[in-house]
Structure formats: structure tokens, C-alpha cells
Design a protein around this ligand. Structure first.
Ligand code: ADP
Ligand code: ZN
Length: 213
């Protein structure tokens, strides 16, 4: 059973690579960012609580996140493996996850995508995503074929609310302060694989596959 966790700064390509790997292994791609954005779109209670936090680039409280992930991992499709993208983002979340999946880090692989901060700020300015299906684009490297219309579903392709410069800075800061310790935590358990995240999507994907063998 494959239990894969992606760690990387915002805009490091986690979402893109996690989606690919999920279809390669035929296991669900569980993105907490996508789940939260869906809740915001649907105007649920969770969405109303998370929206201002996300827009500012801060982190949604641990207890809320742990609850969401616990429920999601209990679903049938996650019983034969999963790819987590965006969780755990804090040490508290990492410790809770251990308890949720049982037998600790047995079978777990953690992929850390390494991308320098300067590259992140540039990438995010050109990032766009589909408001409907979440497909991710980059205006230079991977633009939608028809202007601002999604290739997959035809909905509008837009910049994320939290992809503005101030929010990006806050997200980077949260990453350094709260998420890097999570990588160290997994490193100490020898399940961390560090992968260079700079370069074309295909090349990064090859590095990821290699690191998992
Ligand atoms: P990023 O590109 O910044 O990694 P994500 O799509 O993973 O973005 O998440 C977007 C926002 O959702 C985060 O900035 C944060 O506010 C919230 N979020 C997602 N996952 C978590 C989590 N595990 N814990 C706390 N907040 C989260
Ligand atoms: Zn779409």
C-alpha cells in the first residue's frame, strides 16, 4: 500500500506532480488546499471559516484540518493507498497523521520538493487555475490552449485569491517556520526523499519516480 506525502513550498509544483503520481499509481490525490477551496466555493461552514485565513496566506487551525483529513482517509478509495498534498503542514498535524494511519510511518514515503524562494515568487505570479476542476496552468510554461478557458472542462481559468504577493510572502514564511520541521520529522524516521523541483514538469516527475524506487 502506497502512502505518499508531498511537502514543498507554495508553488513548488506539489499539486501538479501529486496529480500525475496519483494517476500513475491509481490512488486518490488528496489535496487539502483543493478541499478547502471547494468548501469556500460551496459556502459551507468550513469554507466560511477558512476563506479569510487562506486569503491572507495563514494556516487553517490544526484541529479543523485533522478532522477533514481523518474523514477523507476513512473513505473506501483511500484504503489501498493515497497521496497527500498539503497535509501535514505542521508538526501537530504530522503527529496526528501517525495516529490516523496507524502503524506510524510504515509504508510511508515523504517527497520534499526543493525549490528556492526566488523561483517561487516568479512562478506564482504566472500561475492560473481552473475555478471549476482545479486544473493548474502557467501562463508561460503551460498555458491553456484557448485564452482563459480550461482545456479540461471549459470553465474559466483564474488566479487564485491567495496568489497575490503579500499572501505568497506569508505562505512562504509559514512554510519555513511550520512545515520545514515536518520534513525534519520524517527525515529522522528515514522516510524522507528530497527531490530537486526546478526544471520541466516531466523531468521533475522522473526524479520523483526514481526517488521512490
Ligand atoms: P500552497 O500552494 O500554498 O501550498 P494549498 O493549495 O496547498 O497551497 O493550500 C492553500 C491554503 O489552504 C494554505 O495557504 C492554507 O491557508 C490552507 N491549508 C491547506 N492545507 C492546510 C493544512 N494542512 N493546514 C493548514 N492550512 C492548510
Ligand atoms: Zn477545468
Amino acid at each position: 500500500m502506497k502512502k505518499i506525502i508531498f511537502i514543498g513550498p507554495p508553488g513548488s509544483g506539489k499539486g501538479t506532480q501529486a496529480k500525475r503520481l496519483a494517476s500513475r499509481f491509481e490512488i486518490p490525490h488528496i489535496s487539502t488546499g483543493d478541499m478547502l477551496r471547494e468548501a469556500v466555493n460551496d459556502g459551507t461552514e468550513l469554507g466560511r471559516e477558512a476563506a479569510p485565513i487562506m486569503a491572507s496566506g495563514g494556516l487553517v487551525p490544526d484541529d479543523l484540518m485533522v478532522g477533514i483529513v481523518k474523514d477523507r482517509l476513512a473513505k473506501k478509495d483511500a484504503q489501498s493507498g493515497f497521496i497527500l498534498d498539503g497535509f501535514p503542514r505542521t508538526l501537530v498535524q504530522a503527529e496526528k497523521l501517525d495516529a490516523i494511519v496507524g502503524n506510524g510511518t510504515e509504508g510511508v514515503r515523504v517527497l520534499q520538493l526543493l525549490v528556492p524562494d526566488e523561483a517561487i515568487v516568479k512562478r506564482i505570479a504566472l500561475r492560473r487555475s481552473c475555478a471549476q476542476c482545479g486544473a493548474i496552468y502557467h501562463l508561460e510554461n503551460n498555458p491553456p490552449a484557448n485564452g482563459s478557458v480550461c482545456d479540461r472542462c471549459g470553465a474559466e481559468v483564474v488566479a487564485r485569491a491567495d496568489d497575490n504577493e503579500t499572501a505568497v510572502r506569508t505562505r512562504l514564511e509559514a512554510f519555513h517556520r511550520q512545515t520545514l520541521p515536518v520534513a525534519t520529522f520524517y527525515k529522522s524516521k528515514s522516510v524522507l526523499r528530497e527531490v530537486d523541483g526546478v526544471g520541466p514538469v516531466d523531468e521533475v516527475f522522473e526524479r520523483i519516480e526514481k526517488s521512490l524506487t
